[in-house]
Design a protein around this ligand. Structure first.
Ligand code: KG4
Ligand code: ZN
Length: 369
């Protein structure tokens, strides 16, 4: 079976072709993966402007889909089903992909599968590495989400932890903006952090005491849901603001980007990046692996844009080695938003005989199912 996936939930217009292999351990193969990034459209505004995103998706979608088909050496007749991100995301942006995919499905008379964006991120791991040893704990860490899921069996995703406030990627983007580093912040902070001292700036780590903290692990086979991990990154961002103010750095709010970090030297900026990154990565790794131990899972997965982070990848692999747990992370190309993961998540549903009626709608907030 060959699926054309389409993803337009934020600032990437993406299309990809994924097919089944017949091998149960490695069920899917990537045939093409095309992404038109809108970074240059949004950069001057310091973040994604929803209306500009929708309009750019309209401009790019036909060419991106045509390229995905051409790179897979297929024409429309070679596609067995359509897959598209239904949500969560920017509703105007989602609508472009949803309308395009529905029109193609109707014209071809082929089934369509509406996919949850985070199910896509989770399945990017399986697309890259084959089936994970289950049950697995999967951390989805992106610009909009920091959520921990347990996957007790293929295609079942149970939320067991999430951020109380900012997502990790959002914190990267905000701190990058405060340091005058532009948008998106993750990759540039990651790069500069390598030149900095990760102990130079004393930044706080969030601590929680809440009812579920010492709760008995949920019975995963019975579909038990319990919050076993909690994240928070807005305090960290506020601490960065306070320290920058103390050093006389002008703090701008809104969408305009500070042109530079004022009195900070290049080394100061690198030290901020390294220290911020250490706290974020240590928090993500500790909470995820503590939860993994509590849940008694057989593997740990990390997916979403922030899983492209070099320190997160290295530290999580090292911690997995120490704890004797396999750690599976997609390649960089499948970590950040792409349509291959959407096609993969659709293949998971199609294998269970599930597809979607043509009257589903784009949903800005959507629960995973
Ligand atoms: O999954 P994604 O592409 O889009 C969403 O679903 O949000 O994630 C985008 C986020 C952005 O916040 C970006 O700054 C962050 O992923 N990101 C990184 C890195 N590359 C992308 N964060 C840290 N280190 C990176 N290397
Ligand atoms: Zn994403």
């Amino acid at each position: 079976m060959t699926v054309l996936g389409i993803e337009t939930s934020c600032d990437e217009t993406a299309a990809a072709v994924v097919e089944t292999t017949g091998d149960p351990a490695r069920p899917w193969r990537l045939r093409s993966n095309v992404i038109a990034s809108q970074i240059n459209v949004h950069r001057e505004w310091g973040g994604v402007v929803p209306e500009l995103a929708s309009r750019q998706h309209v401009r790019d979608i036909c060419g991106v889909v045509e390229q995905a088909l051409a790179k897979a050496d297929l024409d429309w007749a070679g596609i067995d089903a359509l897959a598209v991100t239904q949500g969560p995301g920017l509703v105007g942006a989602l609508l472009v992909g949803v309308s395009f995919a529905k029109a193609a499905a109707a014209a071809l008379g082929k089934p369509i599968v509406a996919v949850h964006h985070l199910a896509g991120h989770i399945e990017s791991i399986c697309l890259e590495h084959g089936e994970m040893p289950l049950p697995a704990a999967v951390l989805v860490v992106s610009g909009g989400h920091t959520s921990l899921y347990v996957v007790p069996e293929p295609g079942v995703y149970q939320l067991v932890g999430r951020t109380r406030d900012d997502a990790a990627g959002e914190a990267y983007d905000k701190v990058a903006r405060l340091l005058g580093l532009g948008y998106p912040g993750g990759p540039v902070v990651d790069r500069l952090a390598r030149e900095g001292n990760d102990r130079a700036i004393d930044l706080p780590r969030s601590r929680f005491t809440h009812a579920d903290r010492n709760a008995t692990p949920p019975d995963l086979q019975a579909g038990g849901h319990v919050q076993v991990a909690e994240f928070s990154f807005s305090g960290l961002k506020t601490a960065v603001v306070r320290l920058l103010q103390q050093r006389g750095v002008p703090i701008t709010t809104g969408l305009t980007v500070a042109s530079n970090a004022g009195p900070l030297s290049h080394q100061d900026v690198a030290d901020f990046c390294a220290s911020f990154q250490r706290v974020v990565v240590e928090t993500l790794v500790e909470r995820t692996f503590d939860a993994a131990r509590q849940l008694g899972v057989r593997s740990v997965g990390i997916a979403g844009g922030v899983s492209a982070n070099s320190r997160l990848r290295a530290d999580a692999l090292a911690r997995g080695e120490r704890d004797g747990l396999p750690v599976l992370i997609p390649s960089i190309a499948l970590s950040t938003d792409n349509a291959a993961m959407i096609a993969a998540a659709a293949l998971r549903k199609l294998a269970r005989g599930e597809s979607s009626p043509l009257d589903f709608n784009a949903e800005a907030s959507l629960a995973i199912a």
